[in-house]
Design a protein around this ligand. Structure first.
Ligand code: G3P
Ligand code: CA
Length: 234
């Protein structure tokens, strides 16, 4: 079972910063999960929200900042004064530091407001080389479908939120034509669903699992990985 540090080891350090990523490495996580947003000058910045307000000392939409302007913001103090001076990383810097050392699970947050993000992301990862340890995920299956069409050898995942009604076999079949992983909210999982994902030739990760009991139950159901804020719990 893979242990994936959600936004880095985000229980211990400010999410989506090198402090959180280094903590994840120290705690022996297999993968780092991180989120990307495109800047005004078409760089890929590692930040969860489409605005900088919650996790930095700035205000405004990420897409209205250049990468250089974003790098001047403090992305650590909101979490704790001891992280003052942490920066919003570029995805390129993260790839440089961790490719071939740790797995990276990279999430496209909003492809609709950032046209072309699939191509920019695929192109950047291609410079480092595709591998089983760099996976791109999104809640938007169409973004993943586009990415797969452009870069068929790049491993991909579709994120699923619980909805009313059942997650159908038809949907799994569709996803399996362009993704290798289905990453589901832990509350919607059961052993039959995980088995069904496997039967369709894919793997399943669960998010966001912060309880050891839940982790053990998911492991007994043969989940392939858990995405957690506390990589040291598992
Ligand atoms: O990897 C799953 C999880 O990251 C999706 O939710 O909002 O934390 O990006 P969110
Ligand atoms: Ca995410």
């Amino acid at each position: 079972m893979q242990i994936i540090a959600h936004r880095g080891a985000s229980a211990y350090a400010p999410e989506n910063t090198f402090a959180a990523f280094e903590k994840a490495r120290e705690l022996s996580a297999n993968f780092i999960e991180l989120d990307v947003q495109m800047t005004q000058d078409n760089q890929l910045a590692v930040i969860h929200d489409d605005r900088v307000d919650r996790t930095t000392n700035g205000t405004g939409f990420v897409r209205h900042f250049t990468m250089h302007e974003l790098e001047k913001l403090d992305a650590g103090s909101w979490f704790s004064p001891s992280f003052q001076g942490e920066k919003i990383p570029t995805l390129e810097a993260v790839l440089q530091k961790y490719h071939k050392k740790m797995g990276l699970l990279i999430e496209i947050k909003s492809s609709k407001t950032q046209p072309g993000i699939e191509n920019s992301l695929g192109k950047l990862i291609d410079q480092f080389g595709f591998s089983l340890n760099i996976i791109v995920q999104s809640f938007d299956p169409e973004a993943i479908k586009t990415l797969h069409r452009l870069y068929p050898s790049l491993p991909t995942a579709v994120l699923i939120r619980p909805r009313l009604g059942l997650f159908s076999r038809h949907q799994l079949q569709y996803i399996s034509s362009f993704a290798q992983y289905v990453n589901m909210k832990q509350t919607m999982l059961n052993p039959f669903l995980i088995k069904s994902v496997h039967r369709h030739g894919m793997k399943a990760f669960a998010w966001t699992v912060n309880g050891q009991k839940t982790g053990r139950r998911l492991q007994s159901w043969k989940i392939d990985g858990i995405i957690t804020d506390y990589p040291d719990y598992f």
